[in-house]
Design a protein around this ligand. Sequence first.
Ligand code: GTP
Ligand code: ZN
Length: 376
Amino acid sequence: MSKSLISRRPVIRRGASSGGQEKAAGAQSLLRVLGWKPFFQQQLSLDELTDCEPVRVMAVHRGQLEVSGERGDEVVLVHGPLFDDAEEKPTVGDWLLLERDSRKPLRRLERSSLFRRMAPGAKQVQLIAANIDNVLIVTSCNHDFNLSRIERYQALVKEAGCRACVVVTKADQSDAHEQYREALKSYRDLPLVLVNALDSASVEVLREYCRSGETLSLLGSSGVGKSTLLNSLAGSELAATAGIREDDSKGRHTTRHRALYAIPEGGLLLDSPGMRELGLADVSEGLTAVFSDISELAAKCRFADCAHETEPGCAVRAAMDSNELDERRVRNWRKLEREVKRNSRTLAETRAEERAFSQLVRTVGGHARSRKSGEN
Ligand SMILES: Nc1nc2c(ncn2[C@@H]2O[C@H](COP(=O)(O)OP(=O)(O)OP(=O)(O)O)[C@@H](O)[C@H]2O)c(=O)[nH]1
Ligand SMILES: [Zn+2]
């Protein structure tokens, strides 16, 4: 158990030399292991380079964040303006700038990618994870394999801004490998890999998605083998060790579930409940990218508002009739578009309500202040 906990830490050695340059180089390589890239470095001003230290958010708990940086692991309290806005506040995978001495979080760096979802039962967007490089869309060699589901995940990944690969697990239980490859042959930017997730040699092909400094996450339904894959990639029991208790010098405490793990072979794995329950929020751009073949055809329809049903001169219908376009794919495109429109409407309403409310607060506050100054 303790071995697997230790292995979650980046396997990095601090330089023995106290020379300034070597120290800086050492700090840089520590940060690189945590996913630091030129994209983030370029966002720092000269003042920030001297006065601040970047740290990566490894877990978000109520009232505090677990972060990791050149000084190792730290806990940062969640308070102040940085954390006010639901859609802007730091989430797992984010890079924060801490004031070097006070360790106060000053700002969050711009993200290279972001996963969001509609909060279940609420009309709000919830941030799930940021700065993920690659995503494995996991499905298995059985009834779970479903093109419409893969397209849904692909839209999420495109919207977030990550690279995707489809992983079909339980390859050891099927002889129909060719059938799966054939099904995804025409999908743009979507490689497919068949693996036995229980066999670490078989998952080696996925290492290219979690090279040192690269952050990988997994999407897929329950039971397809996400935990099994993560454990095989990490070389230890990642998921099963979540939430166990351990002793430390300060006494007994609970080791809470971390969302982001640095694995010994390099690379970082992100596994959070939010990622596992991801739904479509506002992914209209992602959908356009995934279904660009259909949009290209739709642009050729005679009528701009063609519903691709019985209209004359419909290019989408013509492609379906000649079997160039799968009817299921068109149905799924329509379904996802409806879902996204519904979610976008709900979000727009929530944002309008929030704006109206903060306007009201400002107006009431303004009245109160002018009354007070009138009394004085
Ligand atoms: N034979 C075989 N079994 C697998 C493979 N991948 C996963 N399994 C088994 O499938 C079951 C489900 O795997 P999990 O890794 O728990 O699935 P999951 O996607 O994490 O499921 P949730 O935690 O519910 O999201 C386990 O019993 C695994 O041992 C595989 O490639 N081959
Ligand atoms: Zn049409």
